[in-house]
Design a protein around this ligand. Structure first.
Ligand code: HEC
Length: 118
């Protein structure tokens, strides 16, 4: 009885996690998060063709070269930790989103950026 109950709870948890991940991939909330928190600089399409993007010498997140250079871990680190640096003669700055996004939102954004690839 006890084993069955434990098993039942475990299965429920697994199904819950699975459904959560499936929804996260195609989640309109992720699109909204990107538009609200990232698109001002990166552009809706991630190409960085915004006013802010031009000022900061923004790269194209949807390009094959970028997709190859950035592993999921690197993308996650950039979103969580942010950075301040000078590159190609431009000052680039991105805030840390660790306190503003839940870990599952960050994972969903990584998947979203992957889906921007040409
Ligand atoms: C204030 C402007 C700004 C905002 C807002 C912003 N970024 Fe960035 N981000 C930048 C700049 C500038 C770069 C550097 C671009 C380059 O190197 O070509 C960058 C680079 C990145 C990189 C690559 C990391 C690296 O080291 O080059 C990722 C991944 C990224 N941004 C994701 C996001 C996500 C996801 C969001 C929203 C949660 C976001 N950014 C919001 C400015 C911003």
């Amino acid at each position: 009885m006890r084993i069955q109950l434990t098993f039942g709870i475990l299965m429920l948890a697994l199904v819950g996690v699975h459904v959560g991940i499936t929804f996260a991939d195609a989640d309109p909330r992720t699109v909204r998060t990107f538009k609200a928190k990232c698109a001002a600089c990166h552009g809706d399409d991630g190409k960085g063709a915004t006013e802010q993007g031009k000022k900061m010498g923004m790269g194209d997140l949807s390009s094959a070269a970028w997709q190859k250079e950035f592993t999921d871990d690197k993308i996650k680190a950039a979103i969580n930790d942010g950075f301040k640096r000078d590159k190609n003669g431009k000052h680039q700055e991105m805030e840390s989103f660790k306190d503003k996004l839940r870990p599952e939102q960050v994972d969903a954004l990584v998947a979203y950026l992957r889906a921007l690839a040409k």
